[in-house]
Write a protein that binds this ligand. Structure first.
Ligand SMILES: Cc1ncc(COP(=O)(O)O)c(C=O)c1O
Length: 358
């Protein structure tokens, strides 16, 4: 089993630490720990290791599922890994919609054969028929990210319904990473695929919507046979969720109305700043949900990599489009503190102006 290097994580590892301004992150500025009780008592494993049954029931209920149809994990990342391991093997095939967060095609490709369905700019609209065309007799999994990272595109209810029906017709599962869904507005929000029927698997976690990535708390919801197989793999990955993660996660879930409203307002305010920047510099993007926008690279730069390296020289980290297979685009995270976003956009503007009129 070979795994491709995670291009985005490697780029961030190289530049994020020393950056004056980090717009490379795809999350929302993390909340302060002192807003929660952070003492879980004795630091044992979480028992049972699939997570507290009452909390599982609470979260599973959102998917119209029971406690045994939900597994707590160390972040959405582990949930995606376990979903892939639970549904694919070396004789199977997956259809992955790209561009997307790299785990969502590299993990399936490490295990099985993968066909990618590539979305096209400027709207990044998914044609369900393209998914249908990619399905083969050995297809076991279709993978979607909704809303999408990096583009911020929300695949509509109609689109997801159609893709779900194709998955069901092929007796395959539809895995949807919905980690950005809590940041969507009510009119954008699409039903989680785990609520749509026996072929839906949803992954999510507290990193983005709740602004709590350091908790490493997420989940996978879906049919019991998938959740049970995923738990079987989890015995070999992290055994149980983190005790701190579950302790603080429970409070964050109990207070989600307050926390999600606060974070939604925060990212929407910052998105307006980036929208003004896009207009001012004659760039283009699809107005994003979530906390990342995929902007066209200013025409004075030969590639996204060249643009991103020029920005590093000005203390700003963003994510090069090459990490998503789109060298004409750059991913800008706008979930950071408002002052950080303003500072980062000012510096970025200076770099563009200098290049346009040296
Ligand atoms: C689409 C997507 N899924 C999963 C993750 C990882 O999330 P977590 O911190 O919950 O593991 C990210 C992080 O950027 C992401 O963008």
């Amino acid at each position: 089993m070979d795994i491709e290097p995670f291009a985005l994580e490697r780029w961030l590892a190289e530049h994020e630490h020393d950056a004056a301004v980090n717009l490379g992150d795809s999350g929302v500025r993390p909340l302060e720990a002192d807003r929660f009780d952070t003492d879980p008592g004795r630091l044992g494993y979480v028992i049972p290791t699939n997570g507290d049954p009452d909390l599982r029931e609470t979260v599973a209920d959102r998917y119209d599922r029971g406690a045994d149809e939900l597994l707590f994990t160390c972040g959405t990342q582990e949930a995606n890994l376990l979903a892939v391991l639970a549904t694919l093997d070396r004789d199977s095939h997956a259809v992955c919609v790209t561009p997307t967060y790299q785990s969502l095609h590299s993990l399936p490709a490490a295990v099985a054969d993968v066909t990618r369905v590539e979305l096209a700019p400027p709207e990044w609209t998914l044609d369900p028929d393209a998914v249908a065309d990619a399905i083969r007799p050995d297809t076991e999994l279709i993978v979607l990210n909704n809303p999408n990272n990096p583009t911020g595109k929300v695949h509509s209810q109609e689109t997801v319904d159609a893709v779900y029906d194709f998955a069901a017709g092929a007796d395959a599962y539809l895995l949807s990473d919905e980690v950005y869904r809590p940041l969507t507005s009510v009119d954008e929000r699409v039903t989680p695929v785990a609520s749509m029927g026996p072929h839906g698997i949803s992954t999510c976690g507290l990193s983005k919507g709740w602004g709590l990535p350091g908790l490493r708390f997420g989940w996978l919801a879906g049919p019991e046979e998938v959740v049970s197989a995923a738990w079987g793999w989890k015995d070999y990955t992290t055994i149980s969720p983190s005790a701190f993660g579950q302790h603080v996660g429970r409070q964050a879930i109990e207070r989600e109305d307050e926390l999600l409203a606060e974070n939604r307002a925060h990212v929407r305010g910052n998105r307006d700043l980036v929208a003004d920047f896009v207009d001012e510099y004659g760039l283009d993007w699809h107005l994003p949900a979530g906390a990342t926008g995929f902007l066209t690279v200013p025409d004075a730069f030969e590639s996204s990599d060249a643009f991103c390296r020029a920005l590093v020289g000005e203390g700003v980290v963003v994510a090069p489009g090459e990490a998503f297979g789109h060298p004409g685009y750059v991913r800008v995270g706008f979930g950071a503190d408002r002052e950080t976003v303003i500072d980062g956009l000012d510096r970025t503007g200076r770099v563009i102006e200098e290049r346009r009129s040296p």
